[in-house]
Write a protein that binds this ligand. Structure first.
Ligand SMILES: [Zn+2]
Length: 149
């Protein structure tokens, strides 16, 4: 992730915790975990109620629009948790993104399932995103090479 984005998120989390501490001084930090669960539940509620296939739960509320508010509140609570525990939410997001990037894409899983063009054996995904045949060593990458632009 871009360092500028992490710097902005660092500012946001300092502000978020400051706002909370000014309004609820001395609040038990464990309550932030409860607040996170509450807000996550509200995200789920908006998704359920916005779904056309969830008959009986429809109302005049614009649940799709409300979802944005609730996602913001989840992010706000996460920001206060990161700040109170002395780490960067931006850095934590960067780690999470890298973890997902290290997993094979649907296309890579499909190619792996189809097997090696040389011997037919199922290919294995390496953390780099390369698929390799454990039998004959053939390697295939379906990802753009940043070195090649
Ligand atoms: Zn092979």
């Amino acid at each position: 992730m871009d360092d500028d984005i992490i710097t902005v998120l660092d500012h946001v989390q300092r502000l978020a915790l400051q706002l909370v501490e000014e309004r609820w001084p001395g609040e038990d930090p464990a309550r932030r975990g409860l607040a996170l669960c509450e807000e996550a539940g509200e995200v789920a509620r908006c998704i359920l109620k916005a779904a056309d296939n969830h008959a009986g739960y429809r109302s005049d509320t614009d649940w799709a629009a409300q979802l944005e508010t609730e996602v913001g509140q989840v992010a706000f609570v996460l920001a206060t948790i990161a700040e109170a525990n002395g780490f960067s939410l931006g850095h934590a997001l960067d780690i999470a993104i890298s973890d997902v990037e290290g997993k094979p894409t649907a296309a890579e899983r499909e190619v792996a399932r189809l097997g090696c063009m040389g011997c037919g054996q199922e290919l294995v995904a390496l953390p780099s995103g390369t698929l390799a045949c454990p039998a004959c060593g053939l390697a295939v990458s379906l990802r753009d090479d940043p070195e090649l632009g």
